[in-house]
Design a protein around this ligand. Structure first.
Ligand SMILES: Cc1cc2nc3c(=O)[nH]c(=O)nc-3n(C[C@H](O)[C@H](O)[C@H](O)COP(=O)(O)OP(=O)(O)OC[C@H]3O[C@@H](n4cnc5c(N)ncnc54)[C@H](O)[C@@H]3O)c2cc1C
Length: 326
């Protein structure tokens, strides 16, 4: 499989990048590390006439920690930088652990935070060669009219399969976007749309510039649990991020849970709020694990069966809460 032909543009400023995306409209696509986009182009999933490489944009690669202000992570920061950051490991362990488990060392060196947050959704019937897909007549997301995951439905179930978003969501991160109408910042969980085709609450010309985690989330206990086929180099097929603040007597002051790689969007588990003010309670842990599965609803979108992924999410929630709480 080789890359299709394209024109390559490398803007130096944010304004220039946004302007280029506006000028070429649907013919243009942004690329950062290219670790997700280039393989997808080889599979014929995207064929942009113009590739807008944003790697030369200045000021988008800061990783700034300030105990009073939280952490600012640039969209062009490499995943390897997050994985190696001492400040992150100390103050935001859930994020450091999620970063360390992404792909492989080479891909972490190339892959960026912005690219990770904006990953295309994945599905067993979509991430295949053109030849393979054509044999099935395509699917709702690409060149077809039928969903092979839920035949008869008009909804695309392709799954967001990134590791950083759930970890950032349990830390109440916010994402900043630059576009033709200026800059805007929204909570990260509002950035995702639970629809495999729409995916993101972002305009085509909007560029993610940074993510900020508030100081209030610093120092929380945290862990990230991930299921994947190849442990050395693979997208998650189910993931659970957990963060908790616990007082000296073991009482949970606040807790947040998020699931990834099960739905078109990474999702916070609302039931985790019930943990506030409680000391360890195995029955409550089981109830929260059950609610996490209800939030996750995995379908047949990957090589791992929905039944297995439901069970693994239950086990991950159980393990994560025990680890953080006891
Ligand atoms: C074999 C393999 C294993 C992988 N394993 C994992 C894994 O375990 N976990 C995981 O999370 N990911 C995994 N990935 C996916 C990928 O490597 C990482 O998610 C990486 O961080 C993507 O960043 P990138 O800069 O390379 O994105 P790109 O490929 O450059 O871009 C990805 C998408 O994001 C858009 N984009 C990029 N930057 C921006 C921006 N600043 N603003 C708006 N849109 C933007 C692009 O237009 C494109 O649609 C894997 C990939 C491969 C090939």
């Amino acid at each position: 499989m080789s890359l299709p032909d394209f024109e390559f543009v490398r803007p130096r400023t944010l304004d220039e990048a946004v302007g280029t995306l506006v000028r070429f409209g649907a013919d243009a696509q942004m690329v950062a590390g290219g670790t997700d986009l280039y393989p997808s182009m080889k599979q014929g999933l995207f064929a942009p006439r113009v590739l807008v490489d944003i790697k030369a944009l200045r000021g988008l690669d800061e990783l700034r920690f300030d105990p009073d202000g939280g952490i600012v992570i640039g969209a062009l920061d490499r995943i390897s930088g997050l994985a190696a950051s001492r400040a992150l490991a100390e103050h935001f362990p859930v994020l450091a652990e999620a970063a360390r488990g992404i792909a492989s060392p080479l891909l972490r060196n190339m892959g960026t935070v912005g690219g990770n947050l904006c990953l295309d959704t994945r599905c067993l019937y979509y991430n295949q060669s053109e030849f393979w897909r054509e044999a099935l007549g395509g699917c709702l997301k690409k060149q077809g009219e039928l969903c092979h995951v839920a035949p008869g439905g008009r909804f695309c179930w392709a799954v967001y399969s990134g590791d950083l978003a759930p970890a950032l969501m349990v830390l109440s991160a916010r994402v900043t976007l630059a576009g033709p109408r200026g800059e805007r910042t929204i909570p990260l969980d509002e950035f995702y749309v639970n629809d495999g085709i729409v995916r993101l609450a972002k305009g085509h010309e909007e560029i993610v510039t940074r993510v900020t985690v508030p100081a209030a989330s610093s120092g929380w206990r945290g862990t990230y649990k991930k299921h994947r086929i190849r442990r050395s180099i693979d997208y998650p097929l189910a993931g659970v991020a957990a963060a908790m603040r616990v007082d000296g007597s073991g009482r949970c002051l606040e807790a947040r849970l998020a699931v990834t790689a099960a739905n078109p969007a990474p999702r916070l588990v609302a039931a985790a709020e019930a943990l506030r003010g409680r000391t360890f309670d195995a029955q409550l842990v089981e109830e929260i694990a059950h609610e996490a599965i209800r939030t996750a609803k995995p379908l047949h979108t990957s090589a791992s069966t929905p039944e297995y992924r439901r069970q693994i999410i239950r086990v991950f929630v159980r393990r994560a809460l025990r680890e953080l709480w006891l």
